[in-house]
Design a protein around this ligand. Sequence first.
Ligand code: CMX
Ligand code: CO
Length: 161
Amino acid sequence: MTFPWPPAARPPGARPGRRRAAVLDRIDHVGIACHDLDTAIARYQAVFDLTVASREVHEDQGVREAMLRLGEGPGSSWIQLLEPTGPDTPVGKFLARRGPGIHHIGYRVTNITEALAAIGARGVRLLDQRPRHGSMGASIAFLHPADLGGVLTELVQPPEP
Ligand code: CMX
Ligand code: CO
């Protein structure tokens, strides 16, 4: 699949100002791959005065991660620092190939099951057919980077308050 770039013309009959709600609500987090989580956390804290809201290990995804909060309240977003648990993991292979840097972008959605169905129906490969457990109790699912301009894309539905 290629990016519709430049954007496709409005479909015949579609009227301006009558758009459906977007599938994505906002940026939830930026995932940044690093070799050493403690060193990366110390750097982000020293440079930006950020605080760590959570640290978790996800053995199923092969990562140790920390979430650093940006802003307050329900509008918060996050920087997710990611250290692989081993070389043969998605983040381990990414580091070997490209070195440290931005690994993925997480977008917040209201209903992840509906979002996956809508996005899958538009021809994007779903790396997760159904949501799984992510950071801080969220439901998450990944979309294939090759179908989204080379960007590994994560959908995030936060837990109920
Ligand atoms: N961003 C963009 N492209 C990526 C990528 C990334 N983060 N990771 C891999 N790719 C690309 C590679 O460059 C490669 O491209 P080409 O075929 O054009 O050379 C292709 O994907 C395959 O890469 P690979 O290393 O051979 O394959 P993997 O087995 O690692 O599979 C992917 C890639 C995206 C399917 C896999 O990394 C994946 O399932 N990722 C989702 C899970 C994940 O990353 N979890 C960690 C984050 C946890 C969290 O946020 O909570
Ligand atoms: Co993430």
